[in-house]
Design a protein around this ligand. Structure first.
Ligand SMILES: [Zn+2]
Length: 143
């Protein structure tokens, strides 16, 4: 989770929304990324999707069965779906996102009958730091 927070801070320094994600398999970090939507002009390049893409590329496979994903903020619906499609085993996230989340907020993607793989979800990891990074970023934008 510490690495995810570092990725979040680095994303913020690049002018991206400061969210970071890390994919771990068998205790090894396979991929880590921050948000890259501005850098890539790609609205789907959220930290989770970017990290999943990198991990799949690194492993040369389309799914990440048995891998765990750490992300600083509750994933949105798109990312929740990508995490499901990638067959991620466990999802660890930091701060809740009642406005944009899709796991424990909003559509609660994993609770839907149309969701065919739900990871185990653990929330609240380093949530204070994760929320602080986001707050600092958006405060800076307003000042
Ligand atoms: Zn997302």
């Amino acid at each position: 989770m510490e690495l995810a927070l570092e990725e979040a801070r680095a994303a913020g320094a690049r002018g991206e929304v400061p969210i970071g994600a890390v994919v771990v398999l068998d205790g090894t970090v396979i991929a880590s990324s921050g948000n890259r939507t501005r850098e890539l002009n790609d609205i789907t390049a959220h930290a989770e999707v970017a990290a999943i893409r990198m991990a799949c590329e690194a492993l040369g496979q389309e799914r990440l069965t048995g891998a765990d994903l750490y992300v600083t903020l509750e994933p949105c619906t798109m990312c929740a779906a990508a995490i499901s499609f990638a067959r991620i085993r466990r999802l660890y996230y930091g701060a809740e996102d009642p406005k944009g989340g899709g796991v424990d907020s909003g559509v609660r993607f994993y609770a839907q009958p149309t969701c065919h793989h739900a990871p185990e979800v653990y929330s609240g990891m380093s949530e204070v730091q994760a929320a602080e990074i986001l707050r600092g970023f958006f405060q800076g934008k307003r000042d």
